[in-house]
Design a protein around this ligand. Structure first.
Ligand code: ADP
Ligand code: MG
Length: 355
């Protein structure tokens, strides 16, 4: 093969979205493209010469299939397989093997990994961002429409109160004023935080610890498990907004788990992660996990919408507000819930200069 062609082929493989790994007969790694480096969180140079077994944890079945494909010279595909990669993370992906043979240097196996889960999730994330934006603007419009006449109503009741002679009648105007105030504060909460974020470098663990202490004061029986990655760099954000977002999620978790519940705070960095339309070199992943009964099935699609609640005393505003606070940091909140394990994940880009 001419040299230039060889180079351009390597270049093409390097730019593939699917992860490509080539192993030799002993399952030693001969080559990894950048997508594979990202998937397995190891560089090509470090991976070369190592065994494929080192990239995954306890994946005997996976290794078994690869060995069989190598020995039988038969290609092999597996869909929606769950793999635990060397960092401990579980990923769901499709993978295919293609045996290749070079006359001079023997037998190799080309492995391709594609991540359908991530693609599906990207579409879901975008839908979530759009949904939140649409519902918040609807609510804002409605709230403004209520606010204006409400001010007039309250003012008129105050004027009327001054005209009234008897205390008895004043009780009625006071009810009008009190109820108008109550409605006003509800509308304010519906409008959500209006401030522009005041962003400074801050340690996300400080935010989490602050919330943990607050919540422990309110409820001292719930057990917190802390799993922080101390290497996570500072994020540029508005501290009080992020405290509010984490607090809303944590209070929901506390309400779900009951007295002997457990809540885990976990932080991890994610490299080259896409949120909405932007890919960021580094994203902070903050998981708030509880062991409660899980999000009710009929609410699953809509818990981030305002006024959606599964509780008799709920307002349904907590998650909607948390989502827009995090959106103001170019981030996203998503969740996953099965009975006994509900995880709310805050994704916050760390390098805000990268759009
Ligand atoms: N950790 C959780 N586990 C189970 N369900 C949850 C959890 N967090 C939120 N939910 C569901 O989402 C709904 C909406 O939450 P939220 O927006 O905070 O409003 P509220 O707390 O006022 O109900 C809750 O009423 C509950 O049904
Ligand atoms: Mg709530």
């Amino acid at each position: 093969m001419p040299k230039t062609t060889q180079h351009s082929i390597e270049n093409i493989i390097d730019n593939l979205h699917s992860a490509v790994v080539v192993v030799n007969q002993d399952l030693s790694i001969e080559y990894m493209n950048p997508s594979a480096e990202m998937l397995f969180q190891i560089s090509d140079t470090r991976a070369r010469g190592r065994s494929l077994k080192k990239l995954v944890i306890d994946e005997h079945e996976f290794i078994d299939r690869i060995e069989r494909s190598m020995q039988s010279h038969h290609p092999f595909s597996m869909y929606e397989a769950e793999l635990r990669i060397r960092t401990g993370q579980s990923v769901v992906l499709d993978y295919m093997t293609s045996p290749i043979e070079y006359r001079s240097s023997g037998q190799y196996l080309l492995l391709e990994f594609v991540n359908p889960g991530r693609l599906r999730k990207l579409a879901q994330d975008k839908a979530l961002l759009n949904q939140n934006e649409a519902s918040r603007s609807l609510l804002r419009g409605l709230a403004h429409e209520i606010k204006n006449p409400l001010g007039g109503l309250r003012g008129a009741a105050q004027l009327l109160e001054r005209e009234l002679e008897t205390e008895n009648n004043k009780d009625y105007t006071r009810i009008i004023i009190r109820e108008a105030d109550r409605l006003q504060s509800l509308v304010d909460r519906m409008l959500g935080p209006r401030d522009v974020p005041d962003k400074t470098p801050l340690n996300i663990h400080k935010v989490l610890e602050h919330v943990r202490q607050l919540v422990q004061v309110e409820n001292d029986t719930v057990k917190f498990i802390i799993d922080y990655d101390p290497s996570l760099p500072d994020i540029i954000g508005d501290e009080s907004m992020l405290i509010q977002a984490v607090l809303n999620i944590t209070r929901n978790a506390v309400a779900e788990v009951g007295p002997d519940g457990e809540i885990t705070f976990r932080t991890r960095p994610l490299r080259n992660y896409t949120i909405g339309n932007n890919t960021y070199p580094l994203v902070a992943k903050i998981d708030i996990i509880d062991n409660g009964a899980g999000v009710p099935e009929d609410l699953k699609e809509k818990i981030f919408l305002p006024m959606i609640t599964g509780r008799a005393d709920g307002t349904g505003l907590g998650l909607s507000i948390a989502q827009s606070l995090v959106n103001q940091h170019d981030g996203l909140i998503e969740y996953d819930s099965i009975p006994g394990e509900t995880t709310f994940t805050l994704l916050l880009p760390l390098n805000n200069d990268t759009e």
